[in-house]
Design a protein around this ligand. Structure first.
Ligand code: TXE
Length: 513
């Protein structure tokens, strides 16, 4: 088979006129201590719609004084007022009520997210509805957090553990799926009895500020959930290092995660970090190829590749390599870029200008790496932030395009000869967030599921997630994991209580062992 570089400079981008994007009330405020407030000093910044290229919302430009106010409100709500007096069942009921309100408001919230990050409305509509499930799930867990009675070997001692809220939780989220990514963190932290301050990405603050309104309507006591908006590089360190923050839950880039961990370490804070990836998606010659092709496409072109679990390295057994490449090239050419609101669009724009420029820079990097571009690979004409689906062959795993997270629709295809070869390439990365295996061989499916150094392994599927299932990364893809039952325990201190109901006098100079 001969592979041609496709001469494909202009994709007909299906742009909707702005009049079809109805105006919304787009003057957002921050939510601090149950009040809707401007930033200290009153400054604001614009939030741009990556599809129209125009500002559509105005966001308060939060400062360190706003961090102080939000953390103080959360600290006060933690120990005084209605929240600590509530039973765990009552907390759970509030979380479930919030879930109901999210379902009610899903269309509006989805439209807000699509305006802010350009993700398909088809996907944001589903995602927002799904976020309700996180709050139902963690609402159900609130009254199932139990300590233990420990049968210590000492006489007349009642020894037990209590699980107590860790304190004020700082939730910091990125721009690719703001509400979905926040849901597990907020849900688990509130189930644990903590209070929360959320800082969404400066590129996509609107949906989280709008979500705060639902907390108010659900009847959460003031200060339990606070949302501040602002720039990570201005207030991030201050927020993370704040002495009254007890734990930081973060999703975002690996270098930001590293910075957060360094700052948090100075005040001995716990962190839960979900970071970047360079995930291998492995197709064996015995795979159901129709499904594998769909899996490869969803791994890299869904959400325009702006997904932490993107299957950006496609490892293909050499015997089927050319066939897979040909089919993927055909598929890529059929992908429709355009208005994320339109139901028939497959890929929307890249969410932010810096990200768009970063993704484009990899065209040159790939060229100088010596990879062969078989489709895409050049900037599109026009002023939209669109990147065409791009596929590289002849990729060696040590090339930059195979090692660095690009976070865009650029796929590196790497051939392999046998199982050992595939595994060594798959694990040869600094990251370890996700992976995919396409095979009909059960032994191989299990062997790879266990040997892949990644927090998620999908076999004969890709890009699935659930509030019930832990999501975390190996190596530089993160620290700890979120979602699932165990995530609640990230937000709890374990305290041991010793009670002496005996008569014996304490030994003053010898420990009781
Ligand atoms: O993310 P950042 P950016 C990856 C992707 C992308 C790269 C950079 O590869 O190209 O990260 O994207 C806040 N202290 N992912 O710059 O910086 C910031 O305000 C505290 C992977 O947009 O990680 C925002 O709220 N907070 C990813 C959040 O961190 C700080 C999703 C994320 O921003 C801070 C998005 C600081 N010092 C990008 N600096 C995924 N894992 O899904 C910034 N922030």
């Amino acid at each position: 088979m001969t592979l041609h570089t496709i001469e494909w400079h202009t994709i007909p981008v299906n742009r909707t006129e702005e009049r079809e994007w109805p105006r919304m009330n787009a003057n957002y405020k921050m939510f601090v201590g149950g009040n809707w407030v401007e930033a200290d000093g009153g400054k604001r910044f614009d939030s741009d719609n990556p599809f129209t290229g125009r500002s559509w919302a105005s966001i308060p430009h939060g400062t360190t004084a706003d961090v102080d106010a939000a953390v103080a409100a959360a600290k006060s709500a933690l120990t005084t007022g209605d929240w600590p007096a509530m039973s765990a069942s009552q907390r759970g009921a509030l979380l479930r009520k919030l879930g109901d309100l999210i379902v009610e408001e899903a269309d509006r919230l989805a439209e807000i997210e699509t305006r802010d990050n350009g993700k398909l409305l088809n996907e944001t509509s589903l995602q927002i509805r799904y976020t309700a499930q996180f709050y139902y799930y963690y609402g159900g867990m609130a009254d199932k957090i139990e300590g233990a009675v420990i049968p210590v070997e000492k006489p007349n001692i009642h020894n037990y553990t209590r699980l107590e809220p860790i304190g004020v939780v700082a939730v910091i989220t990125p721009w690719n799926s703001p509400l979905l990514i926040a849901a597990g963190k907020i849900g688990a932290a509130l189930a644990a009895g903590c209070t929360v301050v959320v800082k969404p990405s400066e590129f996509t603050s609107a949906s989280t500020l709008a979500l705060a309104e639902l907390f108010e309507r659900a009847g959460f006591p003031k200060g339990v959930l606070n949302v501040i908006s602002g720039f990570g590089h201005e207030i991030g360190d201050y927020f993370v290092g704040h002495p009254d923050v007890g734990c930081v839950a973060f999703t975002g880039g690996t270098s930001t995660g590293q910075r957060i961990n360094e700052v948090a370490a100075k005040t001995f804070k716990k962190t839960v970090l979900e970071l970047g990836g360079k995930s291998p998606n492995i197709i064996f010659e015995d795979a159901d190829l129709d499904n594998a092709i769909l899996g490869a496409v969803s791994g890299i072109f869904a959400a325009s590749g702006q997904s932490c679990v993107a299957g950006s390295r496609l490892l293909v057994q050499r015997s089927i390599h050319d066939q897979v490449v040909e089919r993927l090239v055909d598929f890529a050419k059929s992908i429709k870029l355009g208005d994320p609101m339109a139901p028939d669009t497959h890929m929307g724009p890249i969410a932010t200008r810096p990200q768009y420029e970063r993704v484009l820079s990899y065209f040159d990097i790939a060229r100088s790496d010596g990879a062969e571009c078989v489709v895409g690979g050049t900037p599109l004409d026009g002023d939209g932030q669109f990147v065409q689906p791009t596929i590289y062959t002849g990729v060696k795993n040590d090339m930059r395009i195979a090692q660095e997270e690009i976070f865009g629709p650029l796929l590196s295809i790497i051939p392999f000869d046998d199982d050992d070869h595939a595994l060594s390439i798959a694990n040869d990365t600094l990251y370890g967030l996700a992976s995919g295996v396409w095979t009909q061989n059960m032994q191989r499916a299990f062997r790879f599921s266990h040997a892949l150094q990644a927090g998620q392994v999908w076999v004969n599927m890709y890009r699935a997630a659930s509030y019930m299932t832990p999501l975390g990364g190996y190596k530089r893809s993160g620290l700890g994991s979120e979602n699932g039952k165990d995530h609640v325990y990230d937000y709890l201190h374990k305290k041991a209580v010793w009670m002496n109901y005996g008569e014996d006098a304490p030994q003053p100079f010898v420990q009781k062992l």
